[in-house]
Design a protein around this ligand. Structure first.
Ligand code: UD1
Length: 424
């Protein structure tokens, strides 16, 4: 397996471009299933394990895909299968994104239930509720969702999401764009990745209003076409890179980002004493001498993202004072705490709230990645720890960060990838 070996204490400094967003790339790739002919060309697709796993799933369904230099070309003209098998879905929960488009295109889909994940149960009931509201008959059997359209087409409807869900909003959108009549999605997720999916669907010929808000109105159309499209940049990768400068008392410019997508994160950096400036497509950050303890609560967009919570916790281990970190999306997303404490941090959990007592000098040792963002948190901690930190099981990190060790080395970090053998 691969590990990252980090000799901490180097200051991050320089300019780096953000990669394309993983969380918008996946639903955008799923939406290609909606066009019965033509070839899509999608630019700025990050070269990540999750993208490759998702491409494998589409190939299993019969799509033809080529991927190089961050350009993905897809044709879904000759689909031959409407089943997403357990073997592929278990590798990546986002595989559930094929449910809506397959149902819309074929009137039938069979998708394995994804199962739990490292930070909680993560149900898919809202995806199922949305498909049922749009007129699908759903049975769950032997771990599979079996969905069939009643009649010959999905029907427009009003869907009130009881909680905001990125995945369920994306799935409902993809099912609704070719449904008959009008669909209203209330309490829809307003994350930039959903806005990006809406723009992709619009480019294909869909009719969606309210894009970027929590109420989306879809007028069903008869047909969608293959198009060329540019994916958005990854706000979470950008936030992680900004944190790498903040934690090492460095300075950084991340280019290619849309600063408004990072608003809550930039405000938190400012509250922690960082100097943040931005232009239309870049953000610069200069760390203060002394970081200030800053509380955050992760909530749906535009609030602080849950996908930056672990990285923020790493940063707060170096801040002066006590900071409280709450995750209202995934209450138990705290697998990184024991590992941070092994590096010398002092973090307690009190009733779903992490209390970080800073600043604490960290000392490198071997630590274990448990999920994607927890891994990023450990890399950040390794950058500031004295001696050597080895982050094991970096396959979690590779799911969502494109060559992060190369980016961090280019910015002055002493970090390299190496192989190791795990005892079985
Ligand atoms: C997406 C992101 C993930 C991010 C999360 C929250 C992708 C590929 N992943 O995941 O990185 O951490 O948004 O911003 O884009 N829920 C239900 N029932 C459902 C669906 C969700 O109860 O059917 C709950 C979840 O358990 C969670 C909350 O809704 O508490 C939000 O989850 P959701 O936005 O759906 O997350 P994902 O789309 O899976």
């Amino acid at each position: 397996m691969d590990k990252l070996v980090i000799r901490g204490g180097k200051r991050i400094s320089g300019t780096i471009a953000a990669s394309g967003s993983k969380n918008s790339a996946l639903p955008v790739i799923a939406a290609t299933l909606l066009a019965p002919d033509g070839i899509f060309t999608i630019n700025r697709i990050p070269d990540l394990q999750d993208v490759r796993t998702f491409s494998q799933l589409l190939e299993h369904l019969g799509a033809e895909i080529s991927f190089s230099e961050n350009i993905l070309r897809v044709s879904t003209s000759n689909l031959r299968n409407d089943e997403a098998p357990y073997e592929l879905v278990k590798k990546m929960r986002a595989s559930i994104y094929v449910l809506g488009p397959l149902l819309a295109r074929f009137g039938h889909a069979r998708v394995s239930l994804p199962g739990g994940c490292a930070f909680g149960p993560r149900p898919v009931d809202l995806h199922i509720m949305a498909m049922e509201k749009l007129g699908a008959e759903i049975t769950i059997e032997k771990g599979y969702i079996d969905a069939k359209v009643k009649g010959d087409r999905l029907q427009g409807t009003t869907i009130d999401f009881p909680i905001s869900s990125v995945g369920a909003t994306g799935n409902a959108l993809m099912a609704a764009v070719t449904a008959e009549g009008t669909t209203v999605l209330n309490n829809a997720a307003a994350e930039p990745e959903i806005e990006c999916l809406c723009q992709f669907l619009q480019a294909m010929g869909a009719n969606i209003s309210g894009i970027g808000t929590m109420t989306l109105v879809v007028e069903g159309v008869d047909r969608l076409n293959a198009v060329s499209f540019e994916n958005i940049f990854d706000r979470i990768e950008a936030g992680t890179l900004l944190a790498s400068a903040a934690i090492t008392r460095g300075e950084i410019t991340v280019t290619g980002v849309r600063p408004s997508h990072l608003d809550s994160v930039l405000k938190a950096f400012q509250a922690a004493g960082c100097i943040v400036t931005s232009g239309s497509d870049y953000v610069s950050l200069t760390a203060p001498e002394k970081l200030l303890a800053t509380d955050i609560t992760a909530n749906p967009y535009p609030s602080f993202p849950t996908d930056m919570q672990a990285q923020w916790m790493a940063l707060m281990t170096q801040a002066d004072g006590t900071s409280n970190i709450i995750d209202k999306i995934y209450h138990e997303r705290f697998n990184h705490i024991p590992e941070l404490n092994r590096l010398g941090a002092h973090i307690d959990i009190r009733e779903n709230q992490a209390v970080v007592h800073g600043p604490k000098a960290l000392t490198g040792t071997k630590v274990m990645s448990t999920d994607l963002r927890a891994s990023a948190c450990l890399v950040l901690a390794g950058l500031v720890a004295c001696e050597t930190t080895e982050v094991l099981r970096v396959y979690h990190l590779d799911r969502g960060y494109e060559r992060i060790e190369r980016k961090l080395s280019a910015l002055g970090a002493d970090i390299e990838r190496d192989r190791y053998q795990e005892f079985s």
